[in-house]
Design a protein around this ligand. Structure first.
Ligand code: NAD
Length: 471
């Protein structure tokens, strides 16, 4: 059992003012393996005081200076990639070999923000006005457990690039990669107070972080329910709020698409990370004429995926991130059955041979109507709803019939046709004909999936103010 009894505030590891600890469990074994300290409101105040004190000097550094720190921090993270993958795998169940790719590869995207720092020095003369960019200020960051390092980097890297200072609180389910990150920050000698890390429960610390008078901006990734509350709380002081929330993403497979390829892509897209991916394509829309064939392919692919020990090199799908999340997913599976959907594969039973741990079978439902709860609400588990449609207009209408608008997918006979359909779908992203994930592309949602964009060149826009000087 590892004990982490310090917070990282003002460039130092300090004992918390708060008492109590949060236990970190391995969801594959249900055993506790680490304990982190809980910050209290005094610790929140100390962290914001440090971030505020650091802001004037940090915000006046040149882009070249900040780029230099980002490159050093990137190198320090590269050295820690194995430790990061292990920490994430042990705390949320992503298979270790897969975690190295889908959880930790984002480290390479960190360095790109070194170049983006220079965008802060772009100035524009507009008639008699000089228009300049300035950092938004002190940021409060709150991240979830499903891609904990990716979400950290998506916030911290642009904040550093633009000259902001920050206070970060990770999910209490997965605090360990943030502690490793803070160790890297300490190693490279980032000016004190620029990056501050506090650990503890969101339900306890969340309000203080979001409403803190020293926070100029709140950037939150997590559930839509928590995001809604954060936006309401932050409204009081008109803080800038950037929200990356939930999704229920549709995947339209057209009549003339290569069905085997498209369905295989769709099933693996959802099952990776045990369905705990905000952009997972969980509603598979299939032409009625090809529905039987598609369900058979989906069944075969899902049943071929190895579910089990995250430390086993052959495992494709580990456990859910926690026993609580397993319960949530099982309730949704039961709800689907109650509402009349039929199982193609998976269901409520434990996967064979896995008598403990937060495991769920890869589950596929057929005969799903888009109005069913399992097609409307984010399950955040390895569950796919296969929904038949009769023509493309209907498919697009079903795709858009959601309160969410985070991501989507299309597989058509040609890329051109895929792009045409993608333009009709009201989502912040779309994967056309199996396109790859791209760290340099902006990520964010329409509708109740949030506001603002992270990553890529657009990812720094949230972090600056614009000033016009009339000359
Ligand atoms: P969550 O909302 O329960 O928790 C997210 C974070 O908020 C955690 O750090 C938690 O401690 C904190 N928190 C909890 N209560 C709070 C409160 N009252 N005030 C402030 N903070 C509080 O979400 P989760 O279960 O950790 O993550 C899964 C969700 O995140 C899913 O809905 C998923 O779709 C979403 N997500 C979205 C994106 C995106 O980019 N749009 C990416 C990943 C995950």
């Amino acid at each position: 059992m590892k004990h982490y009894d310090k917070l990282f505030i003002n460039g130092e590891w300090v004992a918390p003012h708060g008492s109590g600890t949060t236990t970190v469990y391995n969801p594959a074994t249900e055993e506790a393996f680490a304990e982190v300290c809980n910050a209290d409101l005094d610790d929140v105040n100390s962290a914001f005081a440090a971030a505020r004190a650091a802001f004037p000097a940090w915000s006046r550094t040149t882009a070249a200076e900040r780029a230099d720190y980002i490159r050093k921090l990137h190198a320090a993270l590269e050295k820690r990639k194995d430790a990061l993958a292990l920490a994430i795998s042990q705390s949320m169940g992503c298979p270790l070999e897969i975690a190295k790719i889908i959880q930790v590869n984002c480290v390479k995207a960190f360095e790109k923000f070194a170049d983006r720092a220079h965008e802060m020095e772009v100035e524009k003369q507009v008639n008699n006005s000089l228009v300049v960019r300035e950092p938004v200020g002190v940021c409060a960051f709150i991240t979830p457990w499903n891609y904990p390092l990716y979400q950290l980097i998506g916030k911290v890297a642009p904040a550093l690039a633009t000259g902001c200072t920050m206070v970060l609180k990770p999910s209490s389910v997965t605090p360990l990669q943030d502690i490793i990150f803070a160790e890297a920050v300490a190693e490279i000698g980032l000016p004190k107070g620029v990056f501050n890390l506090i650990t503890g429960r969101g339900g306890v610390l969340g309000d203080a972080l979001v409403t803190h008078p020293e926070a100029d901006m709140v950037s939150f990734t997590g559930s839509t329910a928590t995001g809604r509350r954060i936006q309401q709380l932050a409204a009081e002081s008109i803080k800038r709020v950037c929200l990356e929330l939930g999704g229920k993403s549709p995947f339209i497979i057209t009549e003339d698409a290569p069905l085997e390829q498209a369905v295989t892509f769709g099933v693996k897209d959802v099952m990776i990370n045990t369905g705990q991916t905000c952009i997972a394509l969980t509603r598979m829309l299939v032409p009625a004429s090809r529905y039987e064939e598609a369900t058979q392919i989906a069944k075969r692919v899902a049943e071929s995926l190895k579910v089990g020990d995250p430390m086993d090199k052959d495992t494709f799908m580990g456990p859910m991130s926690s026993m609580g999340q397993r319960e949530t997913v099982l309730k949704y599976i039961q709800k689907g059955l109650d509402e009349g959907a039929k199982l193609v594969t998976g269901g409520l039973e434990r996967p064979e041979g896995l008598d403990r741990g937060a495991y769920v079978r890869p589950t596929i439902f057929r005969d799903v109507h888009n109005k069913m709860t399992i097609a409307q609400e984010e399950i955040f588990g390895p569950v796919i709803c296969m929904i038949p449609y009769t023509n493309l207009a209907e498919a697009i209408a079903i795709a858009n019939d959601s309160v969410y608008g985070l991501s989507s997918g299309v597989w058509a006979a040609t890329k051109e046709e895929g792009i045409r359909i993608a333009r009709e779908i009201r989502t912040g992203g779309c994967y056309v004909n199996g396109g790859d994930f791209n760290y340099d592309a902006p990520l964010g949602g329409y509708k109740q999936s949030g506001n603002g964009r992270e990553w890529g060149d657009f990812g720094i826009h949230e972090f600056y103010e614009i000033k016009s000087m009339q000359l």
